[in-house]
Design a protein around this ligand. Structure first.
Ligand code: 28F
Length: 638
C-alpha cells in the first residue's frame, strides 16, 4: 500500500515536471508562440482524430472556433480508453493528457514533432499550454468528463451520464500568457483541414467559425483522395490528360499514394507529404518519384520510337514540365532533415516509391496510349526548348565574353559592393520609388522601381521571362541569373525587399514577385534572402506627444486606449506614395525601427497557388482570388 502511494507521488511529480518543461520552452514543442504555434495546438488535437480515422474507427471530425477563441474538436471514434492503470491510479485518458510522450513524436535533438500516427501524443502539450482543457469521452455505454487548468488535473475522469455512442470531444482555451495572440485565423485552419481531407480519403472534416454574427463554415470529404487534390490544384489549368492518374499501394511498411496530371503550364507543381506533414524540402520519397517518372517516360519513348536510338534521353526537367502531382507516404519512424525539418531522410523509402510508381505508371501508359502520346509530345517539346535556350545562351555568352553585367536604368544602386550589407528595395510605382530614393541610406540601400505589365510566369518559358520588361530589371539588379543558371553566390544584395502598398494592388505585385522568385530563384527564398517591408497603416498625432505609427488595426486600438480618443488625428496611409522621404525612412526602411517579414517557402508556395488562380481564364476563381488575396495580405502581416 505504502509502495503504491509512493509510486503514485513520484509519477505525479514527473508529470508536472514534464509539463512545466513544455511551459518553460514552448517553442521546443510547437515551433513558436506566434499564431503558427497557436494553430499548432488545434492540429495536435485534430491529429489524434486523424490517427483514429487511419486506425479505421473514425469517419467524421467537427472543429469549431467558439466565441472568445475557444476551440472545440469532436470525433466519432472509439473514445480514448478510460480504464484505470492499476499502479498509477490514473485513467488512460488522463495519462494521454498529462504525460509528455518524450520518446514518441517529440524528442530527438531537435525536440520538434517529427511523426504522426501515434495516438494521443501531443495532447499533453496542448494541455500544458492551455488555460483550461475539458475532455468528454463517450465509451462503454457511459459519458465521461475530465478537466485541466494549465496542465494540472482539476477534475479527474468522472462518469457524468450514459451514452450509446462513442467518440472524443475536446474543448480548450489557449494560455494567453504564453501565446502572442489567441486570435485564430479561420482561413489558415480551413486550408489545413481541406488538405488533411484530401490526404485521408473518405474522412469528413467540418469547420465552423462562430466568433462573428454570420458564422463561416466549410465541410470537406473527398472519396477521390489525392485524385481530388490534383483536380483542385489544376482547376484553372488546361489539362493534357483529362483525368488525374492515380496509384495506390499499401503492401508492407510504407503505404504509398500518388496522383498526377499534366497541364499546358511550363511549371512543375509537385507536393509531397509524409504522415500528412507537408515535406516542403522534399526528400527520399520525392527522389524515388522523380526517378520513376524519368525512367518510365524514357523507357516508353524508346520502346515506342518516340525518341530514336541516337537521340539523348529526356531529362527529368523535361518530363516534369507542366506536371501537377501529389505524393503521400506513411512512414513508421520518419527521419526529418533539412533547415525546417521538412525533408524525409529514410533511404529505403526512395526504392519503395520508385518501384510502385514504375510498375503503376508503365502499366497505365501501356493501357492509355493516347494519354502517353500527348504527355510525351509535351516532354519532347520541353526538351527542344531547353536545347534551344542553351544554344541561345551560349551564343550570348560568346558575344559578350567579358560578361558586361548591365544594370537596369531605373536602379538607384548603393555604393557598397559587399552583398552581405546591401539591400535592394523593389518598389511599385514611381512616386513611392522617388521617396525611397531620397529617404534611403545610399551606402547600403538600393532602390528599384518597378513598372511594366505583369507577366504570366505560368505560361512562359525562361527565355520569355528574361525579356519581360517588368522582370528583367529585377534579374539584372540581383545579378545571379535565373532557373538552372541561378547562382546564389553571385547575388548583389543579401536582402531583397519587396516594398508594396497594403492593398489589393500591392498584394498583386507581391504575389507576382514571390511566384517569380519561387519559380526562378528558389534558393533566394530557401536561404532567407527575401523580405516584405511593412509600411505603417496609420499615423496618430496629438498635441504634446510625438507622432506614433501603427502597423495594424490592433496597434491602433492599443494606442488609442493609451492616449485617449479626444483631440487625436488619425491619418490612414493608403499607399507608400503618401509618405514623404523622411517618413518612409523612419517607418519602413530604417533598420532601427522597421518591421521586416522574412518570406518562407510556405509563403512562396501559397503565392504560387494564388497566382495560378489569378491567371486562370475563368472569372469565378478571380473573384475568389480577391477574397483569398485579402487573407494573403493579412497572413503576411503576421
Ligand atoms: C477530439 C480529440 O483525441 N481522439 C482519440 C482515441 C482512441 C484511442 C486512443 C485516442 C491507448 C493507450 C494511448 C481507443 N480504443 N480526439 C481524440 N481517439 N486514443 S485519441 O488510444 C490511446 C492510447 O494509451 C483508442 C482502443 N485503442 C485506442
Amino acid at each position: 500500500m505504502e509502495k503504491v502511494e509512493h509510486e503514485y507521488g513520484a509519477n505525479q511529480i514527473q508529470v508536472l515536471e514534464g509539463l512545466e518543461a513544455v511551459r518553460k520552452r514552448p517553442g521546443m514543442y510547437i515551433g513558436s508562440v506566434s499564431i503558427r504555434g497557436l494553430h499548432h495546438l488545434v492540429y495536435e488535437i485534430v491529429d489524434n482524430c486523424v490517427d483514429e480515422a487511419l486506425a479505421g474507427y473514425c469517419t467524421a471530425i467537427e472543429i469549431k472556433i467558439e466565441p472568445g477563441n475557444i476551440i472545440s474538436v469532436e470525433d466519432n471514434g472509439r473514445g480514448i480508453p478510460i480504464d484505470i492503470h492499476p499502479k498509477t491510479h490514473i485513467s488512460a485518458a488522463e495519462t494521454v493528457y498529462t504525460v509528455l510522450h518524450a520518446g514518441g513524436k517529440f524528442g530527438g535533438d531537435s525536440g520538434y514533432k517529427v511523426s504522426g500516427g501515434l495516438h494521443g501524443v501531443g495532447a499533453s502539450v496542448v494541455n500544458a499550454l492551455s488555460e483550461w482543457v475539458e475532455v468528454t469521452i463517450q465509451r462503454d455505454g457511459g459519458l465521461y468528463e475530465m478537466k485541466f487548468e494549465r496542465g494540472k488535473t482539476t477534475e479527474k475522469l468522472t462518469r457524468i451520464g450514459d451514452s450509446n455512442k462513442t467518440g472524443t470531444k475536446v474543448r480548450f482555451f489557449a494560455d494567453g500568457t504564453i501565446f502572442e495572440t489567441l486570435n485564430y485565423d479561420y482561413e489558415t485552419l480551413e486550408d489545413r483541414f481541406r488538405e488533411i481531407a484530401f490526404l485521408t480519403k473518405g474522412l469528413k472534416i467540418s469547420i465552423e467559425d462562430l466568433r462573428e454574427e454570420t458564422p463561416k463554415k466549410a465541410e470537406f470529404c473527398y472519396e477521390g483522395g489525392l485524385r481530388s487534390f490534383v483536380e483542385f490544384l489544376n482547376k484553372n489549368k488546361e489539362k493534357i490528360n483529362p483525368e488525374p492518374i492515380y496509384l495506390e499501394k499499401d503492401n508492407g511498411d510504407v503505404p504509398v499514394e500518388v496522383s498526377l496530371q499534366y497541364t499546358t503550364s511550363y511549371n512543375e507543381s509537385i507536393y509531397s507529404f509524409v504522415n500528412n506533414i507537408n515535406t516542403i524540402e522534399g526528400g527520399t520519397h520525392l527522389e524515388g518519384f522523380r526517378r520513376a517518372l524519368t525512367k518510365v517516360f524514357n523507357d516508353y519513348a524508346r520502346s515506342h520510337s518516340i525518341i530514336k536510338e541516337k537521340d539523348a534521353n529526356l531529362q527529368g526537367e523535361d518530363i516534369r514540365e507542366g506536371l501537377t502531382a501529389v505524393v503521400s507516404v506513411k512512414v513508421k519512424d520518419p527521419q526529418f532533415e533539412g533547415q525546417t525539418k521538412t525533408k524525409l531522410g529514410n533511404s529505403n523509402v526512395a526504392g519503395v516509391v520508385q518501384s510502385i510508381v514504375v510498375d503503376g505508371l508503365s502499366t497505365y501508359l501501356e493501357e492509355n496510349p493516347s494519354v502517353a502520346k500527348a504527355i510525351l509530345e509535351k516532354c519532347v517539346s520541353a526538351s527542344r526548348a531547353r536545347e534551344a535556350a542553351r544554344k541561345a545562351r551560349e551564343l550570348v555568352r560568346k558575344k559578350n565574353s567579358l560578361e558586361v553585367t548591365t544594370l537596369p536604368g531605373k536602379l538607384a544602386d548603393c555604393s557598397s559592393k559587399n552583398a552581405d550589407e546591401c539591400e535592394v528595395y523593389i518598389v511599385e510605382g514611381d512616386s513611392a520609388g522617388g521617396s525611397a530614393k531620397q529617404g534611403r541610406d545610399r551606402r547600403t540601400q538600393a532602390i528599384l522601381p518597378l513598372w511594366g505589365k505583369m507577366l504570366n510566369v505560368e505560361k512562359s518559358r525562361a527565355d520569355k521571362i528574361y525579356n519581360n520588361d517588368k522582370l528583367k530589371p529585377v534579374i539584372q539588379a540581383i545579378g545571379a541569373g535565373i532557373g538552372a543558371d541561378f547562382d546564389i553566390n553571385k547575388i548583389r544584395y543579401g536582402k531583397v525587399v519587396i516594398m508594396a502598398d497594403a492593398d489589393v494592388d500591392g498584394a498583386h505585385i507581391r504575389t507576382l514577385l514571390l511566384t517569380f522568385f519561387f519559380r526562378y530563384m528558389r534558393p533566394l527564398i530557401e536561404q532567407g534572402h527575401v523580405f516584405l517591408a511593412q509600411p505603417p497603416l496609420y499615423k496618430v498625432s496629438k498635441k504634446g506627444i510625438k507622432d506614433v505609427y501603427c502597423y495594424t488595426d490592433e496597434e491602433l486600438d492599443t494606442e488609442l486606449e493609451k492616449i485617449g480618443r479626444d483631440n487625436v488625428s488619425i491619418q490612414r496611409y493608403k499607399g507608400l506614395g503618401e509618405m514623404n522621404p523622411e517618413q518612409l525612412w523612419e517607418t519602413t526602411m530604417d533598420p532601427a525601427n522597421r518591421i521586416f517579414v522574412r518570406v518562407t517557402m510556405e509563403d512562396a508556395m501559397k503565392a504560387d497557388e494564388i497566382f495560378n488562380i489569378l491567371m486562370g481564364d475563368e472569372i469565378e476563381p478571380r473573384r475568389e482570388f480577391i477574397e483569398q488575396n485579402a487573407k494573403f495580405v493579412k497572413n503576411l502581416d503576421i
